[in-house]
Design a protein around this ligand. Structure first.
Ligand code: TMP
Ligand code: ZN
Length: 433
């Protein structure tokens, strides 16, 4: 089956950088073979063999992109997706804040248009819909696209790529009752892509699609996990097959430059333990935003000063992961010997990497709680731990693998902690609270 530009195999191992095509890729760490992070199992699947793929992280000395070499077919990863963004209050608040900021910044009104790539259940676009702004989401997972559409948030169950954008700008997708295409290309004011550019195999197709769809005065807002935090806080569990790329501001800049766009603003946010939020406009934009550049240059200079552009910066990661493994295993094994019960809190994609790489399975973990209904009554990939809804029996310890929502979850579980229950937080370093 040929499913993608450039390759027709069931999987692909890259030999060249996903951004700049450099072939001098340097190895950072190999996490062995792991199952796909969201390949949760049903009871019937427990006895069947599981697909496992290598997880090898490399660094490109030319553009500074950190990336994994294996590309698992996107259809395998994203056609039916368990992750529902609206489950997290933090995610909803972040979405509301940035939507309002964009409305203010670009003075958006009823005649403005906003697109989100990877729009999930409409958790972000709903903020624009409430203000009467035209929206459209691209969401490859059918279950999520259906949910968004049922809530009145226009969502195409498609991958965002050059072919689909071509049809969009020609007006082929317009709802004729609302819009009439008069031969002028249909372009948009804002394009959001949150945690998308780390995920896409067709990276250049997506960025080119953004260029094609953006109005001359428009802005693309890109959020992606920040490689500086990945390294500094040893967030190695963020490495899994869905995350192909781990960006510095510089690698992101270079990627967009290749498609005629420039970074006009950039910041780090606290989302997911450290997120890079960058704003791009067309190089030939009709709007000059000179003041914004003043934020980009120091940001890049700081990355350089901190070593983000050098291979040596990444080479300590393996030792930090091993220290983390030994700290965590010593703690949980000792508590197990004492007869304590330990459950995992948050069946995150990250948990698949951590549990499999550290060899923590159902002998140590009694169960996993997760608020996502679709995940419940399944079993964790590779480690076969049952997943249940929160609110039932409580363990002595929760191993918090949704550590990116630490504040939200600790607050929510205050009653458990008041009764003497403890949280084990493995990242960035072992902490018991
Ligand atoms: P993520 O770290 O990949 O974003 O996934 C977070 C997971 O944690 C997701 O499956 C939902 C779950 N979760 C809860 O079960 N309860 C919560 O309060 C929060 C914030 C997340
Ligand atoms: Zn590169």
């Amino acid at each position: 089956m040929c499913f993608h530009r450039g390759f027709c195999e069931d999987k692909l191992v890259i030999l060249k950088c996903r951004v700049c095509n450099c072939s001098d890729l340097k190895s950072i760490v190999s996490l062995g073979f792991t199952p796909l992070a969201n390949a949760l199992l049903t009871k019937e699947q427990l006895d069947k063999p599981e697909e496992k793929y290598p997880l090898d992280l490399v660094f490109c000395p030319n553009c500074t992109l950190v990336q994994i070499v294996e590309t698992v077919p996107p259809e395998k990863l994203f056609s039916d997706y368990f992750y529902v963004s609206s489950i997290s209050k933090t995610t909803l608040e972040n979405a509301k804040k940035i939507s309002n900021e964009m409305i203010d910044r670009l003075k958006l009104n009823e005649s403005s248009r906003v697109v989100e790539i990877g729009s999930n259940d409409g958790y972000l676009l709903k903020n624009y819909v409430e203000k009467g702004i035209w929206v459209c989401g691209y969401e490859p997972a059918k279950n999520l696209a259906d949910e968004a559409n049922s809530k009145g948030i226009r969502t195409f169950n498609q991958f965002f790529n050059v072919e689909n954008v071509n049809r969009f700008v020609k007006g082929e997708y317009l709802d004729r009752r609302e819009e009439s295409y008069n031969g002028v290309e249909f372009k948009v004011d804002v394009i959001h892509a949150n945690n998308v550019l780390a995920h896409v195999a067709d990276l250049h197709g997506v960025v080119e699609g953004i260029r094609m769809m953006l109005k001359p005065e428009g802005l693309a807002v890109i959020e992606t996990h920040y490689v500086k935090d990945l390294i500094n806080s040893t967030q190695f569990d963020c490495i899994y097959h869905e995350h192909l790329c781990y960006y510095s501001a510089l690698s992101l800049c270079k990627l967009f430059q290749m498609h005629g766009m420039e970074m006009v603003d950039v910041e780090r946010t606290e989302m997911h333990g450290g997120t890079l939020r960058a704003f791009f406009q067309l190089k030939d934009s009709s709007v000059a935003r000179p003041a914004s550049y003043e934020k980009v240059r120091p940001f890049l200079e700081d990355e350089q000063k901190k070593g983000v552009y050098n291979l040596q910066h990444y080479q300590s990661m393996i030792w930090n992961i091993e220290r983390m493994r030994s700290d965590l295993l010593s703690f949980v094994n000792y508590e197990k010997i004492k007869g304590k019960s330990i459950a995992v809190y948050g069946c995150t994609a990250k948990s698949t990497t951590l549990l499999n790489y550290f060899g923590i399975n159902k002998d140590v973990i009694d169960w996993v709680v997760d608020a996502t209904p679709n995940k419940q009554n399944h079993y964790t990939p590779g480690t076969h731990i049952p997943i249940i809804a929160p609110g039932g029996e409580e363990p002595d310890f929760y191993l918090l693998l949704a550590w990116n929502f630490k504040d939200e979850i600790l607050k929510k579980e205050q009653a458990f902690r008041d009764k003497g229950g403890k949280f084990i937080i493995p990242i960035p370093r072992l902490e018991i609270v």
